[in-house]
Design a binder for this molecule. Structure first.
Ligand code: CA
Length: 361
């Protein structure tokens, strides 16, 4: 889907949803899910809708979830506030969008040089991450669940080729959050803007570079029309999770089976969304290269190395935070990563290296 038809489909989709609002049977509950994603947005908007449909189906309609895509009910970056103030019961987005409420929330999406998809799931589910996340969100009367993961993201679209870290100096780059802080330490002039504004900013020359997610999303947004250098991997966004946030009091008031349905459907979607990206990123990348003349490049070592140094500084600053809960989150994350990386390094990475070297399919 090209950029224009994607935007058009979004507008039509919004109208169709409003017209198709289902009749609710007596005694059933309807929850409103606001999202930070455009309607039908590959991987993410689609994942939010699929999660809503899963909960509705699994509960036999006893808990019917109605989705409102970005801007339909509230602006995308007010989705968490909409749950906190009771405008909606659920939000589908990314925890790091709310790092102004608590920097601890960044860890539940992903941090620079942090965890892969598999590692993040392991930390949250089996190494105390969920319990700490619950403590963080208790401050706001909500609860978060993992609801998807993009996998390792693309490093970004650059108008010019990067020969070394010196080429980052002064580069006007759209990249948000802690990743943005890392690029700033490397010398870039960092800005954030919503998905729909990036293309225009690249075209007009306001930006020299931009990253969003990866091939699956970036193809739909049309960045290849204005940039040809597509760099990998995103060392600042190695495996980014989406979240489902629920109003905690309303969630706890649900019968136990409906609580389990919400929790388990969200957990299932963590793997489903990751599979969607795993299947469609490489196919989208083929299209970008074969049909649109995009050059796939790896970051020079000097950028990867300087990026790691800057990432450690950012993590240390969080670990030294005066906020006890931020410190606790950072410490748990770093200690868990030390354990998790041994499996990745000793088992997964050598296998991938051997497969690349010897399997000649
Ligand atoms: Ca990104």
């Amino acid at each position: 889907m090209d950029r224009r038809s994607f935007i058009r489909a979004g507008a039509l989709g919004a109208t169709a949803t409003a017209l198709a609002a289902p009749a609710i049977a007596q005694g059933n509950t309807t929850w409103r899910m606001v999202t930070t994603w455009p309607k039908n947005f590959p991987g993410l908007g689609v994942g939010a809708q699929r999660l809503a449909d899963r909960i509705t189906t699994a509960s036999g309609g006893r808990l019917t979830v109605q989705v409102f895509s970005a801007g339909e009910m509230v602006p995308p970056l007010q989705s968490l506030d909409a749950v906190i103030d009771g405008t909606a019961e659920m939000s589908h987005g990314a925890a790091y969008y709310w790092q102004n409420k608590s920097p601890a929330l960044s860890f539940f999406t992903g941090v620079p040089y942090g965890m892969t998809t598999q590692e993040l799931g392991a930390w949250v589910r089996f190494m105390g991450g969920q319990e700490i996340w619950d403590e963080v969100y208790d401050q706001f009367g909500v609860q978060g669940f993992l609801s998807g993961n993009t996998g390792t993201q693309a490093g970004g679209w650059f108008k010019n080729e990067l020969m070394g870290v010196e080429d980052v100096n002064g580069l006007r780059f759209r990249t948000p959050g802690l990743g943005g802080q890392v690029w700033e330490k490397l010398g870039a002039t960092v800005t954030n803007m919503a998905a729909g504004e990036i293309f225009q900013a690249l075209q007009s020359g306001t930006l020299d570079a931009a990253e969003f997610v990866g091939p699956y999303n970036d193809l739909a947004l049309g960045f290849y029309q204005v940039c040809k250098n597509y760099y990998f991997p995103s060392f600042v966004e190695p495996g980014l999770a989406t979240e489902l946030v629920v109003d905690k009091a309303k969630y706890q008031a649900l019968p136990a089976d409906l609580q389990a349905i919400v929790r388990d459907c969200s957990q299932a979607e963590y793997d489903m969304v990751a599979a969607d990206f795993a299947a469609n990123d490489p196919r989208a990348l083929q299209t970008l290269v074969n049909d649109h003349g995009v050059n796939v490049r790896q970051f020079p070592d000097s950028i990867l190395e300087a990026g790691a140094t800057a990432s450690m500084e950012v993590l240390t600053e969080l670990r030294d935070s005066g906020d006890a809960l931020v410190k606790k989150t950072a410490e748990s994350f770093v200690e868990s990563l030390k354990v998790l990386r041994t499996r990745t390094q000793d088992i997964d990475a050598p296998f991938v290296q051997a497969r690349e070297k010897y399997l000649t399919l």
